[in-house]
Design a binder for this molecule. Structure first.
Ligand SMILES: N[C@@H](CCC(=O)N[C@@H](CS)C(=O)NCC(=O)O)C(=O)O
Length: 205
């Protein structure tokens, strides 16, 4: 049994979707960060960065980092076909997209959400957000240019698609439609998958 620590509107959504699609037995423990539940001693022992998601594997070991969780689940459930075979160039492309989104897009969103953490200037949050918005647009433009089919890699759904759906769900849909229509269409395609739809509804996106 997997145990996922998550929060509505957080990076747990892609992991929730992956666990649902591969039908892995799991439970979700909701962490209310607005009530400081991520700051407790018990949760800090699970993730010293005091962030969700965190994933407890069936053997009790702890994983943090949403992209790493998806890679782990892809390899632990190869029959689900949610990532190309390890060692192939398709897998290289897949892993590249996952890491691209984790380090550029998710991080860019954190600059939007926690702007005051990214400046020592007490009046600097607006400038951090403005720069983050430009930065995010540039990252999405790269995806838009390189996305040639229905999915990010090859002709089938992968973990990278679930991650793109998740981060794109944090953006303004109208802006997405106007600036990156292929990414917007990808989000609609993903949302039509019943398990993704259920998670989207849970997260209100
Ligand atoms: N790199 C981490 C980022 C996780 C993260 O920043 N989570 C946010 C929610 S989306 C969080 O827990 N924020 C609480 C805080 O930093 O105070 C991942 O991909 O899992």
């Amino acid at each position: 049994m997997y145990r996922l620590y998550g929060r509505i509107g957080s990076g747990s959504a892609a992991v929730e979707a992956a666990l649902a699609i591969i039908s892995a037995p799991h439970e979700i423990i909701w962490i209310d960060t607005s009530a400081g539940e991520h700051l407790t001693e018990a949760f800090t022992a699970i993730n010293p960065r005091r962030q969700v998601p965190a994933l407890i594997l069936p053997d009790g070991s702890v994983m943090t980092e949403s992209a790493a969780m998806l890679l782990h689940l892809a390899d632990a459930f190869p029959e689900a076909g949610l990532a190309p075979k390890p060692g192939t160039s398709a897998r290289a492309a897949h892993d590249r997209w996952l890491i691209f989104m984790a380090v550029n897009i998710y991080e860019g969103e954190l600059r939007m959400a926690y702007a005051d953490r990214y400046t020592t200037d007490p009046d600097g949050a607006d400038a951090v957000q403005a720069a983050a918005e430009d930065y995010l647009s540039a990252q999405y433009a790269i995806i838009e240019t390189e996305m040639t089919g229905d999915y990010l890699v090859g002709n089938s759904l992968s973990m990278a698609d679930l991650y793109l759906w998740m981060v794109a769900s944090w953006r303004d849909p109208q802006q997405m439609n106007a600036e990156t229509p292929c990414v917007a269409a990808h989000s609609r395609r993903l949302r039509a998958i019943p398990q993704v739809q259920a998670i989207a509804e849970r997260h209100g996106v």
